[in-house]
Design a protein around this ligand. Structure first.
Ligand code: ATP
Ligand code: MG
Length: 390
């Protein structure tokens, strides 16, 4: 038996000239994620359908609920152009809703094929009558229904029940490629998720200060990248050895500027890596005022280390809201594992809060980091995390 899903797209519909491009991206994402199972994607104006074998329907739902660009989806039943077929499909969907305790319902019909013998009103009435006849415990409730039977009469007819919400946003890749600065913390994975939802394909970079940060800290970042890969359809994670750069900063920079200088070095390294990968922007989990390096003045300095746009989707978000989102997308339980990402050894007691741009740049330039940055980049290691990696 086949499982038939109706896919609803949202923001893509607002695209005028280049809508085809967005639709192709979405289709490609679905194909990539469904590569392991037999599937067909059909499209009609404003509507997509995914058809898979019934035994693969859970996997299909997993893909549909985690693919940016999809607003929602519903299990649907495809009908022949016969009134009786519609009623039979409505019965099946009603049975499923009734078995989960629902009783009040309504029918909704959209008809663009005017050659069908029933108009919208007649279709709704017939569906309502049939369900009430078979299930006297049910009643029609137009204002507060517990389930809705939707009938769409277009070039083909399909009947569907509840729409399950999707990720929304835009298809991954439609906004180009961003390089995510991914630490083991709570914020950066959420930032990556938000930007993937806005259509960025993501690569990620992690700065590893071994042995000051442990191997477990790196593995935690790998786990976080795997969660993001569920949305993006795979991700490339670069681990850049950062210890020598950090030691040089500690040795040469004024103590109160060490964190800021480290953030500057991370930004410069990310910039160089992004250029190599043809990424068009950087993504960070920074949030205004969260820590000393995230004041407007200090962000201005870190921004000065790159000419790429820096996407900071959490800049105006409260931590509590970020935590809630991290829980929803499944990164929180990984982020709170105890392995520290940043060593106290490198955190000054009184970090500079409002760096003067000129002064900060002079300090940074006096550190002579260029050869160390070049070496760190040359030693960067790539881990390809494919979609569906366990
Ligand atoms: P997070 O919870 O994301 O770790 P944070 O509150 O700890 O953020 P910072 O440590 O100042 O804040 O880092 C700000 C941003 O810099 C992070 O959100 C992340 O994008 C990037 N970043 C910090 N440390 C690293 C690292 N070791 N590797 C890669 N990116 C990092
Ligand atoms: Mg951090």
């Amino acid at each position: 038996m086949e499982a038939f899903f109706l896919i609803k797209i949202g923001e893509i519909l607002l695209k005028l000239g280049n809508r085809k491009e967005f639709e192709t991206r979405l289709r490609n994402q679905l194909k990539k994620k469904l590569a392991g199972i037999r599937h067909t994607i059909e499209d009609y104006p404003g509507r997509y359908f995914l058809i898979v074998d019934e035994e693969d329907s859970d996997q299909a739902e997993e893909v549909l609920s985690h693919t940016p660009g999809i607003n929602g989806y519903a299990r649907a039943i495809k009908c022949k152009k016969k009134p009786e077929d519609i009623l039979f499909a409505a019965e099946k969907l009603a049975e499923a809703a009734i078995s989960s305790g629902k009783r009040r319902f309504k029918a909704e019909t959209r008809r663009s094929d005017k050659s069908f013998p029933w108009n919208s009103y007649e279709t709704c009435a017939a569906v309502g009558e049939r369900i009430c006849e078979l299930h006297p415990e049910c009643s029609v409730d137009l204002h507060d229904p517990e389930f809705i039977i939707n009938v769409e009469i277009r070039e083909r007819i399909y009947v569907f029940g509840e729409t399950i919400p999707g990720t929304r946003g835009l298809p991954v890749g439609s906004g180009g490629m961003g390089l995510l600065l991914l630490s083991g913390g709570i914020d950066s994975p959420v930032a990556g998720y938000l930007m993937a939802k806005r259509g960025l394909n993501l690569s990620a970079v992690y700065f590893h200060a071994y042995p000051y940060t442990s191997e477990e800290a790196r593995l935690k970042v790998v786990e976080l990248a795997k969660v993001l890969a569920v949305y993006t359809g795979g991700i490339r994670l670069w681990t850049v050895p950062f210890t020598e750069v950090q030691m040089a900063i500690k040795a040469k920079a004024p103590e109160n500027a060490t964190t800021l200088m480290m953030r500057g070095a991370m930004m410069e390294l990310s910039h160089c890596l992004a250029r190599k990968l043809h990424a068009n922007c950087l993504v960070t989990g920074e949030s205004l005022g969260q820590v000393a390096s995230q004041t407007a003045e200090n962000l201005r300095f870190t921004q000065s280390r790159t000419t790429l746009a820096v996407m900071r989707p959490l800049i105006g978000t409260d931590k509590e809201d970020t935590v809630n989102l991290a829980k929803t997308i499944g990164t929180y339980r990984i982020s709170i594992l105890p392995y520290e990402d940043c060593c106290v050894l490198f955190s000054p007691k009184h970090p500079v809060l409002k760096a003067k741009l000129g002064e900060a740049i002079s300090i940074y330039e006096s550190l002579g980091l260029a050869p160390l940055l070049e070496k760190a980049l040359a030693e960067a290691e790539l881990l390809k995390i494919p979609y569906g990696n366990p």
